[in-house]
Design a protein around this ligand. Structure first.
Ligand code: 13P
Length: 252
């Protein structure tokens, strides 16, 4: 078992309503009662409409609440249906997921993602920047060049790196019940850390999460990759039992 701080971050995607607070509440109770796992950070990224309600209901703050995207424009303005980073911060969001492949697929460009990262950092939100290759790119041996390109094109040298972490989410692993080969994953996570440090000339390595079909069963295998600083968990975060199982089995 490692002593390093580990992140368990839920991405609820388009899921949840006010009654879903019971999921957060059960996770919170588990976390509060099991302080043997005190080297961990729990974040649940929920739909915008639930952020403030959940933040207010969470009395003892062992869980942070995050958002899943924002509009790139920093000030208020004529952008129907949009929410910016400042609005998310004001309602209690501490984290934000940006560059998720599901949003890239909807047409989000690298330039747009860069602007979103910049405006979120200006609001002192902690950014979880998602990268990862498609199965086609993987088959063509492009994994390393794609992830290097994704790191370079959306993060400016001037950004405050302390608030950025990378989530490596191979697209072919999302919602597919597949995870990468463990040795390969170890190389990729190391590659992300080393490339990032070289590109931005940072003193420290970035925190790198793994995301894609993480569950209570495969987390033990994933825990063998020491370089992973935590997990970005999709569907399993929509159930308190499945999310708690991931934490439990990780530390078993
Ligand atoms: P799943 O855990 O459902 O595969 O989703 C991963 C993900 O997209 C998290 O951002």
């Amino acid at each position: 078992m490692t002593n390093k701080l580990k992140y368990f971050i839920g991405n609820w995607k388009m899921f949840g309503d006010l009654a879903s607070f019971k999921i957060i509440s059960k996770i919170n109770t588990y976390i509060s009662k099991n302080n043997y796992i005190n080297k961990k950070k729990i974040v649940i990224c929920v739909p915008n409409i639930l952020i403030n309600f959940f933040v207010k209901k969470l009395k003892k703050k062992s869980i942070s609440i995050g958002a899943q995207n924002c509009h790139h424009h920093e000030a208020s303005g004529p952008f129907t249906g949009s929410v910016n980073a400042s609005m998310l911060k004001k309602v209690g969001s501490e984290y934000i997921i940006l560059g998720h492949s599901e949003n890239r697929k909807e047409g989000e460009s690298p330039k747009l993602i860069e602007k979103k990262i910049e405006s979120s950092l200006n609001q002192k939100l902690n950014v979880i920047y998602c990268i990862g290759e498609t199965s086609h790119e993987k088959k063509r041996g492009k994994t390393y060049s794609i992830i290097r390109k994704q790191i370079k094109e959306c993060i400016k040298k001037s950004f405050n790196k302390k608030r950025i972490m990378i989530a490596y989410e191979p697209i072919w692993c999302i919602g597919s019940n597949k995870i990468p080969n463990i040795n390969e994953l170890k190389y990729i996570i190391k590659y992300i850390k080393i490339s990032y440090k070289k590109i931005f000339k940072t003193k420290n390595f970035p925190k790198v999460l793994y995301g894609g079909s993480v569950n209570g069963k495969n987390v033990k295998l994933l825990s063998n990759v020491n370089e992973i600083d935590g997990f970005l968990i999709g569907s399993a975060s929509q159930s308190s039992k499945k999310f708690i199982d991931i934490i439990k089995n990780y530390y078993k």
